[in-house]
Design a protein around this ligand. Structure first.
Ligand SMILES: [Zn+2]
Length: 119
């Protein structure tokens, strides 16, 4: 996980980088949960440890986020520029198909490239 990169890419996707703004707390006997401005809660915090509230944020080192990022780029305004530079575009009878170089089929590498390209 790379916080600057992952926060930036999350915001490009118009998703919330949870936990920046905590608007409320839910409490029960042994733990409490913070609520983000978007309504999503953190993972429960136990009263016995001092860790900050942990929100589930996009981690672009994972295959799940790789897929989301690939999907974002194939729909982005600059998709032709991006895939010309880092892969290939195949024009057939239907919609163009977008491919990336084999060396970028790696969540971290792909996210680094996308970050450098979009920021
Ligand atoms: Zn949020």
């Amino acid at each position: 996980m790379n916080i600057d990169r992952d926060k930036f890419l999350t915001e490009v996707m118009n998703e919330c980088w949870h936990g920046v703004e905590i608007v409320d707390y839910r409490n029960n006997a042994g733990s409490s949960q913070a609520l983000c401005k978007c309504g999503q809660g953190s993972r429960w915090k136990s009263q016995f440890n001092d860790d900050d509230f942990q929100f589930t944020q996009n981690d672009f080192s994972t295959w799940k986020c790789f897929e989301k990022l690939f999907n974002l780029l194939t729909h982005h305004d600059r998709k032709f520029e991006f895939f010309t530079k880092y892969g290939a575009i195949v024009h057939g009878d239907d919609e163009p198909k977008f491919y990336i170089e084999d060396s970028l089929i790696d969540p971290d590498k792909f996210a680094d490239i996308a970050y450098a390209f979009l920021k």
